[in-house]
Ligand binder design. Structure first.
Ligand code: NAD
Ligand code: MG
Length: 388
């Protein structure tokens, strides 16, 4: 029985992880659940899964959750610091990091420091401070098992292989809802259009990142740290059907891929059960439904965020951290209809120019770079020139 701390349990990944837990009651038990502000769903999940503790990070929601669970033997905590404590508890065997954004960094580091294996959905953690995260994990001998579908695919392809035998990895990208579109179309796109992803149902932030291809840029950086790759070893290919979840090419030219229907429950359950592979009743891929699978080169000129992220990866230092912070701010502003679709890339580029480059940042310097980038981005969001 693996006892899980599920951070971000009310999100898209979190709820699907709880589906996996519910389907395998003899394998998994919930020790901790956390959410930011969706008190109602957190309360419902706590009733169903009877964890030892819940954390509602938004302090305004504490009373509501505390009251609703008062008859149950469930500890209720509030605030971000509480997360860092509960993940270190003796009774936690694995932490599913499924908080969105930079907000997930500290609790993941705390879990690593306590030697807890991580099922990692929160890619931003590696984009912000991948060198520090992976180094701490190595020191503590903590496995970081990817949940992101592309990285799970690569991880699965690498079972039984050595790092030296990898030539490169090829991340697949659906291309999002605006595949094939050009700037003259994108200029008029609003949040409601960008939120319609063709293949996946996900949280709002990653759905916008998928529409701008920033998601694939973040995933390049995530892959670099997870698999210890050189920048030159990371490629991206557009694959609109989202069936081949990524490829590894080996030094002998062989290509391996992991295929399946786009359903996050598969990579989630693979990470939670690792090193076991467990059965399920999910819908299976059927060749009759997919007579062709298409692959094409990404359009870096139109989807500038992909080029920006690739560039940040090559520059290294705090660049990816700065880019990530600016991106979180512009995505938020775009979702509120404060700025246009194309302004997101403009602002990120401008913020990258404005924040000082640091070659080998400490954790404190990463945190400071994140804060500076957010401040710059917010200033730019307020200016009229970015309204559309
Ligand atoms: P989501 O928005 O649906 O859920 C986010 C969760 O994090 C919620 O439970 C929310 O309460 C919590 N949260 C938000 N802000 C917080 C804060 N400041 N402090 C503490 N908790 C906070 O997001 P999601 O789509 O489930 O994505 C979660 C992570 O997984 C992201 O990093 C995303 O990139 C990654 N991911 C998601 C998918 C997917 O299919 N949804 C696929 C691959 C990777
Ligand atoms: Mg992905």
């Amino acid at each position: 029985m693996k006892r899980l701390a599920i951070l971000g349990s009310t999100g898209s990944i979190g709820t699907q992880a709880l589906d996996v837990v519910a389907a395998h009651p003899t394998l998994f038990e919930v020790e901790v659940l956390s959410a930011h502000s969706n008190a109602a769903l957190l309360i419902e999940q706590a009733h169903q899964f009877q964890p030892n503790a819940v954390v509602v990070t938004d302090p305004k929601k504490y009373d509501e959750v505390k009251r609703a669970l008062s008859a149950l033997p469930i500890k209720v905590f509030s605030g971000a610091d509480a997360l860092n404590e509960v993940v270190q508890w003796e009774a936690v065997d694995m932490v599913l990091a499924a908080i969105v954004g930079f907000a997930g960094l500290h609790s993941t580091l705390a879990a690593i420091d306590a030697g807890k294996p991580i099922a990692l959905a929160n890619k931003e953690t590696l984009v912000v401070a991948g060198d520090i995260v992976m180094q701490r994990a190595a020191e503590k001998n903590v496995p970081i098992i990817p949940v992101d579908s592309e990285h799970s695919a690569i991880f699965q392809c690498l079972v039984g292989e050595t790092a030296e035998s990898i030539d490169k990895i090829i991340l697949t990208a659906s291309g999002g809802p605006f595949l094939g579109r050009k700037t003259n179309f994108l200029v008029n796109v609003k949040a409601m259009h960008a939120l319609q992803h063709p293949n996946w149902t996900m949280g709002a932030k990653i759905t916008i990142d998928s529409a701008t291809l920033m998601n694939k840029g973040l995933e390049m950086i995530e892959a670099k740290w997870l698999f210890g790759l050189k920048n030159e070893q990371i490629d991206v290919i557009i694959h609109p059907e989202s069936i081949a979840h990524s490829f590894v090419q080996f030094i002998d030219g062989s290509l391996k891929a992991q295929l399946g229907l786009p359903d996050m429950k598969l990579p989630i359950q693979y990470a939670l059960a690792f090193p076991q592979r467990i059965s399920n009743t999910h819908k299976r891929f059927d060749f009759k439904d997919f007579q062709t699978l298409k692959f094409e080169a990404p359009d870096y000129k139109t989807f500038r965020n992909l080029a920006i992220a690739k560039d940040a990866m090559f520059k290294g230092g705090n660049m990816a951290c700065v880019m990530n912070a600016a991106n979180e701010e512009v995505v938020h502003a775009f979702l509120q209809n404060q700025i246009g679709f194309l302004s997101m890339s403009d602002i990120i580029e401008e913020v990258i120019q404005k924040v000082a480059f640091i070659n080998t940042p400490t954790l404190q310097e990463y945190i400071a770079s994140d804060a500076q980038a957010r401040e710059q981005a917010q200033e730019l969001i307020k200016t009229n020139s970015y309204k559309h």
